[in-house]
Design a protein around this ligand. Sequence first.
Ligand code: DQA
Length: 148
Amino acid sequence: MSPIVLVLNGPNLNLLGTREPATYGHETLADISALCGRAAEEFGLTVEFRQTNHEGELLDWIHAARGRCAGIVINPAAWTHTSVAIRDAVTAVALPLWEVHITNVHKREPFRHHSYLSDVAQGVICGYGIRGYCYALMEAARAIGMQS
Ligand code: DQA
């Protein structure tokens, strides 16, 4: 089986499509999941795609990835700017991580400019809409050795 990359999505991302479309666009979480599925096929990965509105559940998923997954792509949504716990979980499992944001958070309110994850991530992709997930998976595949 090809290496597993966990694609995690934080709070309110289940509302994509109807949530502030002028900011986040019209694509839904199901569209992102389908995009990640196609990218996984192209890059030789197995993607497990998940979303939760419960921080503890996200922490459990990160913990369970240890030794099972090759890397994590995450859009932590609002938890990006608040959660030391998610940062600690990521460093605890010592898996490579790519941070994705649909919007360019640096063009938005000042409270979105700080991320608790960026300095422990391999890379950060923001401002490219849902394509950012695809770019992150491409980088994950390259780092894992599935893509030159
Ligand atoms: C987001 C940006 C965050 O600031 C925000 O809280 C989100 C989505 C993005 O994908 O652009 O929920 O992570």
